[in-house]
Write a protein that binds this ligand. Sequence first.
Ligand SMILES: *Cc1c(COP(=O)(O)O)cnc(C)c1O
Length: 381
Amino acid sequence: MKFETKVIHAGIEPDPQTGAVMTPIYQTSTYKQDAPNVHKGYEYARTQNPTRDALENNLAALENGYGGICFGSGLAAMDAIIKTLKSGDEVLSTNDLYGGSYRLLRAIYQKMGIQSNFVDMRNPENVRDNINENTKLIWVETPTNPMLQVVDIEEICKIGKEAGVKVVVDNTFATPYLQQPLNLGADMVLHSATKYLGGHSDVIHGAIVCKGKEDYESLKFMQNASGAVPGPLDCFLILRGIKTLHLRVQRACENAEKVAKFLKNHPKVEKVYYPGFSDHPGHEIAKKQMKHFGGMVSFDLGGDHNRDCNKVLEKTHFFILAESLGGVESLIGHPASMTHGSIPKEERLKSGLTDSLIRLSVGVENSDDLIADLSNALDAL
Ligand SMILES: *Cc1c(COP(=O)(O)O)cnc(C)c1O
């Protein structure tokens, strides 16, 4: 099956009992047994749920993995992976990391004895140089949030393999439509399905897809043993969202390219971060490992203060001021005070995340309307 067929059919069969074409929402906590331990493969809904099974199988197909495992949020999925480590183990992570991922590593796992080191992975040698005998996991995010840095997944995976360290790629920004890390050598892919996979800003959900059976089994065990599972309605919403993933992401990419070009030519904008520009330092790598350059664009008004930002953020109409990304509607945000508020300023500035940076999640509206909206807001400066 090609990708566009997989999103609709992979892992999904019409309901055997009724023929329902859409996967039913199995809203049950438990299942009838004919005799103790004689059942149809379903005992208790933390452990198994048919709606969740369909989604997990679908995700495994989209990422070309052995198996998918779903969680109540992206961070719950990440938590399950980090929890497979033990005290004394270390994580080597991308430095321009999603704020919540950074907080989980720093505020929760550090005090449990799992140390994380954050390096600039745009230069893969920084990964090689920072691996030590305790490093058990390399955590990659690409393109990064919100600076849209691009990390060469294949290179990092080679280094990981040589050192015997597993590589996880947070594929939330790119989605499997644009980028398939398991095909490039990664061991696991993580999604905040809240974003593009769900695609309609109406559900919080997370998922992992493992390339190998061993990782899959240990995370499947964790899913049941720790219990951060999603409900069946949430799984249904993600399944439904995925059916149009290719259409939505394609349009978002096309709109983002037009918006980025508009911003680049605007006199009030100092810098635009968009991997689709040929002068973006990660452009060639993005071209190699992604189908398009994604729906995210960040831009800096200059001056490292948020006075002007607020004017723009309060003035857009179609770009709604809100956290999150990846929905059909366009969103605008101020990373320094919103999504990345939990990262200390000195840390933020290392990757260029100033107080004057604005992040856009470009949706699937008409691009002329989106550009007019931004143009109007920038006129307020
Ligand atoms: C949102 C996000 C997460 C966290 O996911 P939740 O579903 O909000 O828990 C992790 N990584 C990235 C890149 C994200 O954008």
